[in-house]
Design a protein around this ligand. Structure first.
Ligand code: ARG
Length: 469
C-alpha cells in the first residue's frame, strides 16, 4: 500500500500539460480543498466576473467575450445556489471547479478567463472577499449584543450587587455596571474588527503568480468593482505571500471569545447554588440525566470551552505561516479551515451570548443578600479622609473597626458611633450614613464609576458608539 504511481497522464488537470503520470488517489484527496473552499463559490465567481471585465478594459477580451464569460459565470452561480452544481473528479478546489464548469457551458472561450491570473492571486482575493463579508455579519450581531447589554443596564439601573476582586466581596456596584463592564470589552472587540477590516479588504488580484500582471489590468478598477475599500496590495509578491489578515482575524476572534468566556464564567458562578443572582432561561440551559433538580448553564460552559479552543487556532495559523519561503506555498491552504472554524464559532458565540443575555432572569434580592456591611469598610475609611485624616491611617482605623466587629461577632454596621469613637475621636454621629450600599455606589461618581449618573453616562456613550459604528 501507500505510494502508487498511477497509470496514464494527468492531462485533464488544469496544470496537467507537463505531467505524464497520474496522481495517487490518496494524494488527490490530500491535495483537494473543495470540501471546504466551496464555501467561497460566490466570492470566486464575483472575483472572476470582475476580472473578465478588467481583461476587456485591457483589450485582452472583446466586450462581447467578456459579457459571455460574465453571463456564463452567473449560470455557474445559479447552479451553486440551486444546489445543482456537480462536482467532478479533478475539481481540486473552488477555482478549478468553477473554471471547469464555465468552459463546459461556454466552450473554449472559458479558457481565456485565467489570462494573466494565477490561483495564487485568485485564492487570496476570494478569501479576503469572503472574510470581509463575514466580519461585517459578525459585527452586526456583536453590535446587537452590545445594544442588548445597554438596554438591560438602563432597565435594571437600580439593582445593586456585590462587586468582587479575587472573587472576594469587595465593594457595592450596580448590576448595570457589571453589564457595562463586559459591554466595554465587547466594544473594543468590535473596534478591533473594524480596524482590521481595511487590511482584509485590500486587493491581491492583478498580482499574478507572484510577479504581477503582464496584460495591464486596471487593479484600481478591480478594487472598486469588488468593494476592496482598503485599496490594492502594494506589492505582488507580498499579495500572494501573506495570510496575516487571517491571523489578525483569528486573534481578534479569539480575544472576543476570551472576553465572552470570562463573562460566561461570571454568570456560571452567579447562577450557582451559593449565589443564585441569575438564572439562565430554559432556552440556553439543559438538565441532568440523573438529577431532576438540575439546570445547567451549558450555553455558557460551551462558550468558555470554545474560547479555549480558539486560542489553539491562533497558534495554528501563525505556525502555518511561519517559515514558509516568500510568496505562495501550499501550506496556506491549511488556513481556510482554521478561518472558517474561527469565524463560525465567533458568530455562533456572539448570537448565543445575545440570547443568554436577553433572556437571563436576575434575582435582585439574592444580589442584595450578597452585600455585607464589611464591604463598606473602605467607605468608613473615606469618612475619616473627609475629616482630614490621611488615608493610610484611616485604612488602619477602619481595619480596627472590622476587627472589633469580628471579635464581637456582629456586623460592622452594628458598631455604634460611641464604639467607633473608642478607635478614633473624629467619628461623629453622622457616621451612620456610611451604612448605605446605594450611597456607596453613588459616591463613585467620576467618569466610569458605579454611580447612577455615571452608569447612565456609560450607556449613552455606548449608544453613541453604536450609532456611528
Ligand atoms: N486551493 C489552493 C489554496 O487554497 C489554491 C491556490 C493554489 N495555487 C497553487 N499554486 N497551487 O491555497
Amino acid at each position: 500500500m501507500g505510494w502508487a504511481r498511477a497509470e496514464g497522464p494527468a492531462a485533464k488537470k488544469l496544470w496537467g500539460g507537463r505531467f505524464t503520470g497520474a496522481t495517487d488517489p490518496l494524494m488527490e484527496k490530500f491535495n483537494e480543498s473543495l470540501p471546504f473552499d466551496r464555501r467561497m463559490w460566490a466570492e470566486d465567481i464575483r472575483g472572476s466576473q470582475a476580472y473578465a471585465k478588467a481583461l476587456a478594459k485591457a483589450g485582452v477580451l472583446t466586450e462581447e467575450e467578456s459579457a459571455t464569460i460574465v453571463d456564463g459565470l452567473s449560470s455557474v452561480a445559479s447552479e451553486w445556489e440551486a444546489g445543482s452544481f456537480e462536482v467532478k473528479q479533478g475539481d481540486e478546489d473552488i477555482h478549478t471547479a468553477n473554471e471547469r464548469r464555465l468552459s463546459e457551458l461556454i466552450g473554449p472561450l472559458g479558457g481565456k478567463l485565467h489570462t494573466g491570473r494565477s490561483r495564487n492571486d485568485q485564492v487570496a482575493t476570494d478569501t479576503r472577499l469572503w472574510l470581509a463579508g463575514a466580519i461585517g455579519r459578525v459585527r452586526a450581531d456583536l453590535q446587537a449584543l452590545i445594544a442588548a447589554a445597554a438596554e438591560r443596564a438602563e432597565a435594571e439601573l437600580d439593582v445593586l450587587m456585590p462587586g468582587y476582586t479575587h472573587l472576594q466581596p469587595a465593594q457595592t456596584v450596580r448590576w448595570s455596571h457589571w453589564l457595562l463592564c463586559h459591554a466595554a470589552s465587547w466594544q473594543r472587540d468590535d473596534m478591533r474588527l473594524a480596524d482590521l477590516l481595511p487590511r482584509v479588504a485590500t486587493l491581491p488580484l492583478g498580482s499574478g503568480a507572484l510577479a504581477g500582471n503582464p496584460f495591464g489590468v486596471d487593479r484600481r478598477f478591480l478594487a472598486r468593482e469588488l468593494g476592496f475599500f482598503g485599496g490594492v496590495c502594494p506589492n505582488s509578491m507580498d499579495a500572494v505571500s501573506d495570510r496575516d489578515f487571517v491571523a489578525e482575524t483569528l486573534f481578534a476572534a479569539s480575544l472576543h471569545l476570551v472576553h465572552l468566556s470570562r463573562w460566561a464564567e461570571d454568570l456560571i458562578i452567579y447562577s450557582s447554588g451559593p449565589y443564585r443572582f441569575v438564572q439562565c432561561s430554559d432556552a440556553y440551559a439543559t438538565g441532568s440525566s440523573l438529577m431532576p433538580q438540575k439546570k445547567n448553564p451549558d450555553a455558557l460552559e460551551l462558550m468558555r470551552g470554545k474560547g479555549g479552543r480558539s486560542v489553539g487556532g491562533v497558534a495554528a495559523i501563525l505556525a502555518v505561516i511561519k517559515g514558509t519561503p516568500t510568496t505562495y506555498n501550499k501550506d496556506f491552504q491549511e488556513s481556510w479551515e482554521l478561518m472558517f472554524e474561527a469565524v463560525d464559532t465567533l458568530h455562533d458565540c456572539v448570537r448565543i451570548a445575545h440570547g443568554v443575555l436577553s433572556t437571563l432572569r436576575i434575582n435582585p434580592e439574592a444580589m442584595r443578600r450578597g452585600l455585607s456591611a464589611d464591604m463598606l469598610a473602605t467607605d468608613l475609611a473615606e469618612y475619616l479622609v473627609r475629616k482630614g485624616v490621611p488615608f493610610r491611617e484611616t485604612h488602619h482605623i477602619s481595619g480596627a473597626a472590622v476587627k472589633m466587629a469580628e471579635d464581637r461577632g456582629c456586623e460592622l454596621s452594628d458598631l455604634t458611633p460611641d464604639d467607633l469613637r473608642t478607635i478614633h475621636p473624629l467619628f461623629a454621629d453622622d457616621v451612620a450614613e456610611v451604612w448605605d450600599f446605594r450611597r456607596s455606589a453613588d459616591m463613585r461618581d467620576t467618569e466610569g464609576g458605579a454611580s447612577e449618573r455615571s452608569v447612565l453616562e456609560q450607556i449613552q456613550k455606548l449608544r453613541d458608539y453604536l450609532q456611528n459604528a
